[in-house]
Write a new protein. Structure first.
Lengths: 509, 130
């Protein structure tokens, strides 16, 4: 290969000329760190023409526009189902958008839009059902037919948010098994799950969006596609860039378009996305030299049901991929939800396309902003919190008082729940009318409150959302929660009866 | 070698495992057991050379014994080698090999079934199931 002078820059036209001539040197992104270490940045610039990236993981924000053609007599489809999965039909007469996470009306989380997409790509037949009110120009009211992908005029995958630059890892501090979009999270920090291709990830190899942008050709689901522009919730300012991408479903391969179900959460679509990066200058060499150990993510606690979950510590893809991570002195095992093996297969397939001259490089026709930060939802109606409806009148009892006194206090306070207060005025237990009745029938357990109280008390706090408190009432099948402050002092009670305040009109528009 | 022992309604009241240990002297390791008043199921691990004698003894006492040679199987056409099963398995049955392909340590599985529901691609099943 001819050598170029130092500090040179390569134009995309030159790279394309080499691709057409079969002389382009193409490598996958995971090979780049070693190449740069060996040849230096300028050496790598002279040597490498294209770096191919790849990622393969759950990309919920995916779907496809389908055009079915007109029936005889014609119908203006208003509601559309594909294998019992509803597709959005509010786009003219015979178009629909099938979203990946939409679940089947009959099979729930076992089958959804992602499965419809995978089955179409696999060449299987899908049942279309649709209905309409009927119009003068479109008289037909219902239709049912079996369709193959080849029967559709167009099947254009259009994914609003794919190929996240990186994704925070997940763990669970609570004492319950959690089923999340980050997979199964074992109680008490039992495991850590993560997602992402690290060193192979497209945006991580071009975080300033110098060569990735609208119009750039890509690998999508095994077929050829392109970047439309920034993805929804694009937030590269914080390191979480995303892409909106499109591609023709008819050219796709079921190996790279796979439906999945996250148990207890729902349906999602695993998509393979890869972008070839033309090595036009030192900047691209530098950004494609990124390694797993350079890409940091936080480990978030999904045991806390809030938007801003606390980060327990920072980690890197190298550490996550090692299989265990130390968390407060313990080795916790990690699981990937995305497939590194298949991400590599994407990058390799893309490399072969470029080597064979089947894909040429293109500069972005529409640049992507590398500094944007996505905002949370603007909420005009305030979410009710526990303090808005809690009962500030609290009747409590000491743990060394007699059960008889507890009974008297329950009667006097007209309540069914008596928080038990220990030394320093802190909550140590709870007794209910049920516990007292049991103690009367079976007096052998003792005569003091401490002998019969329940020591594991489920509590809430004043600023907790009422929805979360209600989830606790349901989960533990109880009817009241002591409201505690930071020091575990009982400051109020939240009972099922207080929830009635929500329906007084104040919180409902 | 692992055996899945199912106790009938009648036999459930007899201490079958204890009886077999006493009679044969084989040290039986109970890895998982689900026993209530009417019926029960236990997964036991025993030395390979004692398999025959333990099976016969248990069958004589009224239990149904099934040999488990492959406990969990991966449907290669569904598995995408993500590794979601790796960290949730209490027995560390699964691992990603040098080529990031999902592999199994045979013999470790205790049939808890957690991986079957956790697999996003429905690629895992117990032996004998579709």
């Amino acid at each position: 290969m001819e050598k170029y002078s130092r500090c040179m820059e390569k134009s995309i036209a030159l790279i394309n000329e080499r691709i057409r001539d079969g002389n382009a040197h193409v490598v996958t992104a995971d090979q780049m760190p070693a190449i740069v270490a060996e040849l230096g940045e300028e050496g790598a610039l002279a040597e490498v023409d294209v770096v191919t990236t790849g990622t393969f993981g759950a990309m919920c924000s995916s779907g496809a526009f389908l055009n079915f053609g007109h029936a005889e007599p014609p119908i203006r489809m208003e509601r559309v189902w594909l294998n019992d999965v509803e597709a959005y039909g509010g786009i003219a007469a015979v178009d629909a958008y099938i979203g990946a996470t939409q679940q089947s009306d009959t099979q729930g989380e076992e089958y959804g839009g992602a499965h419809v997409i995978e089955e179409f790509v696999s060449g299987r037949s899908i049942e279309l059902r649709a209905m309409s009110k009927g119009t003068d120009c479109y008289p037909r009211r219902t239709i049912a037919t079996e369709l193959l992908l080849e029967d559709l005029n167009q099947a254009v995958m259009c994914n609003p948010r794919n190929a996240y630059q990186r994704y925070n890892a997940a763990t669970n501090s609570s004492d319950r098994l959690l089923h999340t979009y980050m997979g199964t999270l074992l109680p008490s920090f039992g495991n850590i799950t993560y997602s992402g291709a690290g060193t192979l990830n497209p945006i991580s190899n071009d975080p300033k969006f110098r060569v990735i942008g609208g119009g750039v050709p890509i690998f999508l689901g095994g077929g050829k596609g392109m970047v439309i522009g920034e993805g929804t919730q694009h937030s590269p300012g914080g390191g979480f860039g995303t892409l909106m991408v499109t591609g023709d479903m008819k050219g796709m391969d079921p190996g790279f378009v796979r439906a999945a179900t996250m148990h207890g959460y729902g349906v999602t679509l695993y998509v393979g996305v890869g972008i070839p990066l033309p090595v036009v200058d030192i900047g691209v060499v530098r950004s494609t030299a990124v390694r797993d150990e350079d890409i940091e993510v936080d480990i978030m606690d999904y045991g806390i049901p809030q938007r801003s979950r606390p980060s327990l510590r920072k980690t890197t893809y190298a550490e996550l991929r090692s299989g265990t991570i130390e968390l407060s002195g313990e080795d916790v095992r990690t699981s990937s939800l995305s497939s590194y093996r298949r991400a590599k297969a994407v990058a390799v397939a893309l490399k072969e396309w470029v080597v064979r001259g089947e894909m040429l490089m293109a500069a972005p026709t529409r640049p992507i902003d590398p500094s944007r930060v996505a905002r949370p939802m603007h909420e005009t109606a305030r979410t009710p919190r526990v303090l808005d409806i809690m009962d500030k009148k609290v009747v409590t009892i000491g743990q060394d008082e007699l059960i008889r006194e507890a009974a008297a206090r329950l009667l006097k306070g007209e309540t069914n729940h008596l928080p038990v207060i220990g030394d320093e005025g802190k909550l140590v237990g709870i007794v209910t009318t049920y516990d007292i009745s049991k103690a009367v029938v079976n007096p052998s357990k003792g005569s003091k409150v401490r002998d019969i109280m329940k020591r594991h008390v489920v509590t809430t706090t004043p600023d907790e959302a009422v929805d979360i408190a209600v989830q606790k009432l349901e989960r533990y099948n109880i009817s009241a929660l002591p409201v505690v402050d930071m020091e575990n002092h009982v400051i109020a009670m939240l009972t099922a009866m207080n929830l009635g305040k929500l329906f007084g009109g104040r919180w409902l528009k | 070698m692992k055996l899945l022992v199912t106790f009938s309604k009648k036999a459930g009241r007899k201490p079958i495992i204890a009886q077999v240990v006493k009679d044969t002297g084989v040290l039986i390791n109970v890895e998982r057991a689900l026993i209530d008043s009417s019926e029960g199921e236990a997964l036991i691990d025993i030395p390979d050379d004692m398999c025959q004698i333990v099976r016969e003894k248990m069958a004589n006492l009224g239990a149904t014994v099934r040999l488990l040679d492959r406990e969990i199987s991966i449907d290669e056409s569904e598995c995408v080698d993500c590794g979601a099963c790796v960290s949730i398995c209490p027995q560390e049955v699964f691992y990603l090999d040098g080529d990031w392909k999902l592999s199994i340590h045979q013999g470790r599985c205790v049939l808890c079934g957690r991986c079957i529901t956790a697999c996003p691609h429905g690629a895992l099943s117990q032996l004998g199931e579709p």
